[in-house]
Design a protein around this ligand. Sequence first.
Ligand SMILES: [Zn+2]
Length: 86
Amino acid sequence: MGEPNHDECLEAVHRLYHFLDGELTSEKRLEISKHLDSCHPCLEAFDFEADLRHMLAAKCRDHVPETLRDRVAWALRHEQEADQHR
Ligand SMILES: [Zn+2]
C-alpha cells in the first residue's frame, strides 16, 4: 500500500474508521466523500476497508476468508506492477 502523501489524504485516511462507524457529522462525511471522488488511492483504500469490515462482520474474526487473502495478494501484485511502470 502506498503512503498518502498530502494533508487531504492523511485526513481522509485518518477519518476512514470514524466515517465507517458513522461517527462523523454530515459536513465531515461530505468533505471526505468529495475527496474520495477526486482521489483514487483513497477511494481504493476506503473500498477495501469497507469490504473488510463487511467480511469480518459476517465471519468469525479468527478466520481470514480465502477471498480476502486472494484480494490482498492481488492488490499487492497489482501495486508492484503499477510501480514498475513508473
Ligand atoms: Zn487522497
